[in-house]
Design a binder for this molecule. Structure first.
Ligand SMILES: [Zn+2]
Ligand SMILES: [Zn+2]
Length: 151
């Protein structure tokens, strides 16, 4: 179990968010674990107070793993037609951008959530692992591209 600091607010009250610490299992995505606890809180709150329930919402997670705070570091890796192709040095995600817009600047880097052959990032490590089992069935250990199994 680990402690995760968050900012929480009441839905629709525009108040100043306050700090709240949640305890979540090590092997679970903090966002999902915290949302589940909030859902449970909100369910009981609604049962008790009906329309006057103070529904809690997660504003942000303050101390996720350090990895989660690092932004992607894009390098131009080539051109595709009129698009510039950028790849993150760390998680290997590829973005195509038109002309002068440049690579995404504030994309947070989550290498452990990325499936490289699919060029896709998942919302949690668990989802990424679940997804990657489809690749483990590929012949000769080759990576399979999306749609290739339809041939
Ligand atoms: Zn990245
Ligand atoms: Zn994949």
């Amino acid at each position: 179990m680990k402690q995760v600091n968050t900012k929480i607010n009441n839905l629709g009250r525009n108040g100043i968010p306050w700090n709240e610490t949640f305890v979540v299992p090590d092997n679970e995505d903090p966002k999902i674990a915290i949302q589940r606890q909030l859902d449970e809180f909100n369910r009981i709150e609604r049962q008790r107070y009906g329309e006057n329930a103070q529904i809690r919402i997660l504003v942000e997670i303050c101390n996720e793993d350090q990895e989660d705070q690092i932004a992607c570091e894009f390098e131009k890796s080539g051109m595709e037609g009129i698009y510039d192709v950028y790849q993150c040095k760390r998680c290997k995600l590829v973005f195509k951008r038109f002309g002068l817009s440049g690579p995404p600047r504030t994309k947070l880097c989550h290498p452990e959530r990325v499936c490289i052959p699919c060029n896709k990032e998942f919302i949690s490590i668990q989802n990424a692992l679940k997804h990657k089992t489809i690749h483990s069935r590929d012949k000769y250990g080759k990576t399979r591209l999306v749609g290739e199994d339809m041939k």
